[in-house]
Design a binder for this molecule. Structure first.
Ligand code: ZN
Length: 85
């Protein structure tokens, strides 16, 4: 039921938040003042997200977060199946 709280690509902690439209969005776990998404965790542990345009104040308990896709940096693996010469 609970989604993984770590990004499968890069291993960073993430938040799965639900938007007002009922879609899930992966956010970086640490708040980021430059983020354009406001999120908060309710008393049941569920995260909620909404768009937060730059320059608009974000009232507590909401905090700005960055969509994880914007910051995801998977480690660069060597191409599989090739023997190093
Ligand atoms: Zn990632």
């Amino acid at each position: 039921m609970a989604k993984r709280l770590v990004c499968a690509a890069c291993g960073t902690r993430v938040i799965w938040a639900v938007t007002a439209a009922g879609r899930t969005q992966m956010l970086s776990h640490a708040p980021d003042p430059a983020g354009l998404v406001a999120a908060y965790c309710d008393e049941l542990g569920g995260w909620h997200a909404k768009h937060a345009p730059a320059g608009e104040p974000v009232a507590a308990p909401w905090k700005r977060h960055m969509p994880h896709q914007a910051t995801c940096q998977p480690p660069q693996d060597p191409a599989p199946g090739k023997d190093p010469q």
